[in-house]
Ligand binder design. Structure first.
Ligand code: SAH
Length: 245
């Protein structure tokens, strides 16, 4: 998976590239991250990227030209890597909200060109001429697209084959099967007054699977009735649900 990220703050991306699962996936060449600073595509001595908005108002707006050149460069780099199917994504509070089904859909591409806004946003003409889709990470406004770009990349990288060992724990994550994850316990056996649920110590795999599924069902019903409504249990799960009533 190829990610070209257009950002005036490339240093921020060490949080993704140097740590944890994402850092390891990049070191193992399962994900390739190219950071592109649009200031390198400016033509003035000050490497200026922003200007005052026409019509007045507080704040600054990112100019179209350096961003257009940066996107063209990102596309040429994608092609040079044989990654032809890389849509241009603008991280924006006005985009469609990221959710697991969208993550899986994004993973179908060869890669993404991620455009990170700063200041008050980007000249609308650049968005109309160069951007294929806009993605939001939620209904709140951040000061830049860098954290959202890292959120999108992290959510995708953990879905790539072989990134999570045998990918077993990614398959169990919340949302993946349409339900929230079951509760987890580890050492010690007793924490405060609370013991670990007996069934988890039994070594009885079928009982454990049933207990975990029923916990998932209870949690999802209580916390996310919308997800529960959309969930259709298979035969085995229907039986487990009946037994647990
Ligand atoms: N005035 C703009 C927001 C500018 S915030 C508007 O209301 O649309 C500066 C940058 O942060 C944006 O260009 C965008 O890239 C990023 N950003 C802010 N909030 C975001 C969110 N919820 N999701 C994705 N990107 C966001």
């Amino acid at each position: 998976m190829f990610f070209a990220v257009i950002t005036i703050l490339p240093e921020m991306f060490t949080a993704l590239t140097e740590f944890g699962i994402t850092g390891r996936a990049i070191a193992n060449h399962q994900a390739d991250v190219l950071l592109i600073n649009p200031r390198d595509f400016t033509s003035d001595n000050y490497r200026r990227i922003d200007e005052r908005p026409f019509g007045g108002g507080a704040g600054m707006v990112m100019m179209a030209e350096p961003l257009a050149k940066a996107i063209d460069y990102a596309k040429s780099q994608a092609l040079a890597r044989g990654k032809s199917n890389c849509p241009v994504v603008y991280l924006s509070p006005q985009g469609k909200t990221l959710a697991e089904p969208m993550v899986l859909d994004l993973c179908e591409h060869d890669g993404l060109i991620l455009l990170c806004g700063r200041y008050d946003g980007i000249d609308e003409r650049l968005l109309q001429q160069y951007v294929d889709r806009e993605i939001s990470i939620g209904d709140y406004v951040l000061s830049g697209g860098e954290l959202p770009a890292m959120v999108v990349m992290d959510s995708m990288i953990r879905r790539l084959p072989h990134v999570m060992g045998d990918n077993a724990s990614a398959v169990q994550d919340s949302f993946v099967d349409g339900l929230l994850d079951y509760p987890q316990y580890t050492k010690p056996l007793k924490f405060g007054e609370q013991a670990v649920p007996e069934v988890l110590l039994s070594g009885h795999h079928a009982n454990i699977a049933k207990w975990r599924f029923v916990e998932q069902a209870k949690r999802t019903q209580a916390r996310r009735p919308d997800l529960w409504q959309a969930f259709s249990p298979d035969k085995q799960q229907q039986k487990w649900l009946k037994d647990s009533l």
